[in-house]
Design a protein around this ligand. Structure first.
Ligand code: C5P
Length: 224
């Protein structure tokens, strides 16, 4: 089975990002490039990272009217991403059009509820039921829209997997060493996320900020 770890390249400098990915490439399955990276380095940056030969996850979290999102998907088609994110809150038609524009080789996955929003934040934007209920509702909508899967936390992936047997689940917020976190309730280990049905494990700082990123990536790989 291929390595499910996608390294989040959240580094401001392109050369540093490429140097890091080059070092650990043998111990990861792909790289995740976020909005920050794409706004700073654009298509050029993605092409440079793609030279490493690893699958690219473009985490752009697209959210606009269906026509605009479909056009954006077509514009990034040339980059041949393996995975692209959209916001499930953009609605069913937007997700359907995004998927139709993505082409067969690109998985389109929907962000349900950002982990930066708590229940009070959701209430303030008119969503009264809480984050968990909203995440499940949007996961169901993404499934109905024909998307490949969703992005969710390690705390939700088990419950969502039960409702969507063949979904493709991208899980961030992972910490290989639970003992190193002051906030143990908010994290899960890569192994636990995988056991609960995660297809892709997004890992950033536990590798990128490690004293020895290769050793850190190798140690994570050994637990999977
Ligand atoms: O925390 P870490 O550096 O491993 O995060 C890796 C990636 O996952 C980052 O790009 C971050 O934006 C994303 N992330 C997320 N939700 C979380 C934690 C991290 O989307 N709860």
């Amino acid at each position: 089975m291929s390595n499910p770890v996608y390294l989040a390249l959240d580094l401001p400098r392109l050369d540093a990002a490429i140097a890091l990915a080059t070092k650990v490439r043998g111990h990861i399955g792909g790289v995740k490039l976020g909005l920050e990276f794409f706004c700073a380095h654009g298509h050029h940056g993605v092409h440079e990272v793609a030279k490493l030969g690893l699958p690219i996850f473009l985490d752009l979290k697209l959210h606009d009217i269906p026509n605009t999102v479909a056009a954006a998907m077509q514009a990034i088609h040339v980059l041949e991403p393996a995975i692209v994110t959209v916001h499930a809150a953009g609605g069913r038609a937007m997700m359907e059009d995004a998927k139709a524009a993505a082409g067969e080789r690109c998985k389109v996955v929907a962000v349900t509820v950002l982990t930066s929003l708590d229940d009070d934040d959701l209430t303030s934007v008119g969503v009264p039921g809480g984050a968990h209920e909203q995440a499940l509702r949007l996961a169901d909508l993404a499934q109905e829209a024909g998307l490949d899967g969703i992005v969710c936390s390690g705390h939700e992936v088990g419950a969502i997997h039960k409702r969507w047997k063949h979904g493709y689940f991208v899980v961030p917020g992972l910490r290989p060493d639970m003992g190193n976190s002051a906030d143990q309730k908010r994290i899960v280990t890569p192994r636990a996320a995988r056991n609960d049905g995660a297809s892709v494990l997004v890992i950033g700082r536990p590798i990128s900020r490690a004293e020895d990123p290769v050793a850190a990536a190798r140690a994570i790989e050994a637990t999977l």
